[in-house]
Design a protein around this ligand. Structure first.
Ligand code: DON
Length: 318
């Protein structure tokens, strides 16, 4: 009875106009050429700028998709959401809070700043905070930590995922800014000794390959109290879903987070490969992939599509 009413509630929002509206959005924005491809990681600059897909996965396991939805690309900063969940599972909320704050920065994702007083990075969604978060992942050695990270992704996606070695090595050999942040945090005791290993794991977690469809399912798991709606597997402890969604809501879109919360009104996270994931709690996960980015590192088409979806279906939380 309960699942029946849940289903009709979700369908009430989305059907019957939903799939047609996704097609319409795809048509409307597919020729929009605004924005630029991220090129500070050399391998990322090789992507085709025309790629574009929109996927929505509901908490009852329906998936709606349009465009290049099976095309694989690296997850980049969207990984920060999932790594934060794993760190919370490994250490609990109180300890994680001593190492990474939950305040939005209003600064760019790669800003080299720590909280004046506590010396913590501001939040787990910017690079400094994400590196500190990843350094908390437990495991006996680098391989076990990577395998635990990959297994976490497997639970969210519903199948094995792999690291793109070219993107990983490209970022490892050019990521001096991230390396500088790790050294700064080591200096303040915010991360422990093995920073090269922590950075490698961070670069690997960012270089995991996913499709737009995979991302929608991952977002839907967060909408579904941490349970993958297709496999039924618990991807992350339900206790931590509200922590994850709260920092996504306030910090997930970097120096656009306030405007995003104001206009679109749902927790979201972007990545420089051109993906955006958004979560409508209790209802659905949304993913958009389009590699052309605005000046803050958010996908131009991705922001527009989410804005229209939010308006059309009343997804804003308030
Ligand atoms: O650390 C970096 O620069 C990348 N691996 C991830 C950055 C990213 O996706 C920021 N997003 N907008």
């Amino acid at each position: 009875q309960e699942s029946k009413s849940l289903k009709s509630e979700i369908l009430g929002i989305i059907a019957p106009s939903f799939p047609a509206f996704l097609d319409e959005l795809h048509c409307k924005y597919k020729n929009l050429g605004d924005g630029a491809i991220a090129d500070y990681i050399p391998e990322l600059s090789k992507v085709n700028p025309d790629l574009f897909s929109i996927c929505v996965a509901t908490v009852d396991g329906e998936v709606y998709q349009v465009g290049d939805f099976n095309r694989l690309f690296t997850i980049q900063s969207m990984s920060k959401v999932f790594a934060y969940g794993l760190a919370l599972e490994d250490h609990g909320r109180d300890y994680v809070l001593t190492r990474v704050g939950v305040e939005p920065t209003g600064d760019a994702f790669n800003a080299i700043i720590l909280d004046e007083q506590s010396k913590r990075p501001y939040n787990p969604m910017v690079n400094a905070g994400a590196i500190a978060t990843t350094s908390l992942i437990k495991g006996k050695g680098a391989t076990e930590r990577l395998n635990r990270m990959l297994d976490m992704y497997r639970r969210y996606v519903g199948k094995d995922v792999y690291v793109d070695m070219s993107v990983f090595t490209s970022e490892r050999s050019t990521g001096h800014r991230n390396r500088a942040m790790a050294h700064l945090m080591l200096n303040f005791g915010m991360i422990d000794g093995h920073i090269e290993e922590a950075l490698d794991l961070y670069f690997q977690q960012c270089a995991v390959m996913v499709s737009c469809r995979d991302l929608a399912v991952m977002a839907a798991a967060l909408a579904n109290k941490g349970v993958n709606p297709i496999t039924g597997e618990q991807a992350v402890d339900s206790r931590y879903v509200k922590d994850i969604l709260s920092v996504m809501y306030t910090c997930g879109m970097y120096n656009f987070a306030g405007e995003w919360a104001y206009k679109i009104g749902i927790p979201a996270k972007s990545g420089v490969s051109g993906g955006i994931i958004a979560v409508v709690p209790g209802k659905m996960g949304i993913a958009v992939f389009s590699p052309l980015l605005d000046s803050r590192g958010n996908s131009v088409r991705g922001v527009k599509v989410c804005e229209e979806l939010s308006q059309k279906f009343g997804l804003h939380m308030f």
